[in-house]
Design a protein around this ligand. Sequence first.
Ligand code: DGY
Length: 321
Amino acid sequence: MTDRPAVLVTRKLPRAVEERLARDYEAHFNRDDRVYPADELVELAAGAFAIMPCHTEKLDAGVIARLPDTVRAICSYSVGYDHIDLAAAKARGIIVTNTPEVLSDATAEVAMLLLLGAARRAFEGERQIRTDTWAEWSAVHQLGVQVTGKRLGILGMGRVGRIMARRARGFDMEIHYYNRHRLAPELEAGATYHESVEALLPHCDFLSIHCPATPETHHLLDEARIALLPDSAVVINTARGAVVDDDALIAALRSGRLFAAGLDVFNNEPNIDPRYRALDNTFLLPHIGSATRETRDAMGFRALDNLDAIVAGREPRDRLA
Ligand code: DGY
C-alpha cells in the first residue's frame, strides 16, 4: 500500500507516459489494451482517485452515476470529450479535463494527407502497385482533381482548422470557413468567413470538418447540406464520425456527385459502415489523426499535468467540468 493517489488508466499509453504515471501514482495499467465494458470499468475504478480514459470509453451519465465516490477526476487522454457526460460529472463534483493544443499539428497533417490522398486517388493507385495490376502508364489513367489553387472550406476554425488553413495556403488554396464566432482578423489571416454552414458549402471544392461532436453537430453533413456542395467536391473528416450522416455521404460518393472522401473518423468505430470499404473513391484511415510518437507523449503529459494540478488542489489548465 502507498499513499499515492490511485489512477485507473483505461488503455495502454506510450511508455514515457506510463513511466511517469508509475512514478507518481498508484496506477492500474491495461496491459492487454482492450476496451473495458462499462461494468468492468466501474469495478476497476474502486478506490481510484482519478480515471484516465481515452475517447474509446463511453463515460455517459449511467456510468458516471455508478462510479465510486473516491473518483474525483476524469483526466481524458483526448482533446475530444463527446465520450464524457460533462453535466453528469459536474453534478457529482468530478473534475473533467482534456488535452487541447498538443495534437493540433498532427491532426492537421492527417487532414492534409486525406485531402491529397482523396483528390489524387491514392488508395486506387496504392492498390494497383500492391496487387500488381498497374498495366501501363497512360495519359488518361487515374485522373484526380488538382488541389492547387482550389477553394478549401473549413467547418470549425478552431486550433486544428487554423493549422489546416495554414498548410493549405502552401498549396495556394483559397480559404473559406464557418465557425460559431467569426475570428479576429489576425487569426482569420485572409480567410473568408461565412455566417452559416449553408452559406459556406457552395464555396467548397474541398470541405474539411474540424468541429466537435455535439448534439448540434450530429449528422450536420446530411443529404440537404451535401446538395449545397459544388459538383465533384471532396469531403475530409478528421473530427468525429458523428458529424456525418453516412447514408447521405455514401449515396453522394456512389452517384459521383462527390468526387471523393478522405475519412479518419467514423460513426461506430471500429465497426464502421462497411459500404465505405466497397467504394474506390474513399481514402480511409483508422482514427490516427494524433498518432505520432511526439503527440501521443504530449497528450499523456498534458493529461498528467492536469491530474497533478487537481491532486495538488490547483485549478487544472484544461478543465471542462
Ligand atoms: C482526440 O484526442 O479526441 C482524438 O480523437 C484521439 O482520441
